[in-house]
Design a protein around this ligand. Structure first.
Ligand code: SF4
Ligand code: SF4
Ligand code: SF4
Length: 170
């Protein structure tokens, strides 16, 4: 689903048992809601959700956060949602060209290296994350690829020491 339609932490919290039982290893359900949103925790980390009374919540949360794996780039790709349209690659390439035009990086900096994303075998893949604007010496918290994807196949989630899932450091 497009990012704007994704469950936000407060919505996640509303679906949780809200007993603050700590079985997930966190202090309370509110902390778990954020950890689930950033994929630091999974739905399975909350055992009480397996109770019949939370069956619907479990289903909704599993659909929202059940697939995909966060790469060490902080980018989560849900390949089954990607149709290989290439829109994310195109918007990324335009973003990098803008950096050249603004003189932030030189064309030489990026012309000899592959772009961050490419379509391989019909699915988007990270090909060279060192080209991503987020890896510049002064990181640019770009999320254009995520925002461009109409199917919610890409998500930039927080990494240890990184930004919040809602991009609050943007
Ligand atoms: S295990 Fe589930 S119910 Fe218990 S504190 Fe964590 S999120 Fe809340
Ligand atoms: S976040 Fe990185 S990969 Fe995504 S559009 Fe921006 S520069 Fe490209
Ligand atoms: S991640 Fe989204 S925008 Fe990128 S190729 Fe796949 S479907 Fe298209």
């Amino acid at each position: 689903m497009p990012k704007r339609d994704r469950l936000q932490p407060l919505q996640v919290y509303q679906l949780l048992p809200r007993t603050n039982c700590k079985q997930c290893g966190l202090m309370n359900c509110y902390a778990f809601a954020f950890a689930l949103s950033t994929r630091e925790k999974t739905v399975a980390d909350c055992p009480p959700l397996l109770a019949d009374e939370y069956a619907v919540a479990h289903q909704v949360l599993s659909a929202a956060f059940g697939s995909g794996e966060v790469q060490d780039t902080g980018l989560l790709i849900e390949r089954e949602k990607c149709n290989g349209c290439g829109d994310c690659v195109a918007v990324c390439n335009r973003a990098l060209s803008t950096l050249v035009n603004k003189g932030v990086v030189t064309r030489r900096d990026i012309s000899d290296v592959p772009p961050p994303l490419d379509i391989l075998s019909g699915v988007v893949e990270v090909t060279n994350w060192t080209s991503c604007k987020r890896t510049l010496d002064t990181p640019n918290m770009c999320r254009l690829c995520e925002e461009k994807c109409p199917f919610g196949a890409l998500e930039l989630v927080s990494v240890p020491g990184g930004e919040d899932a809602d991009g609050s450091r943007d």
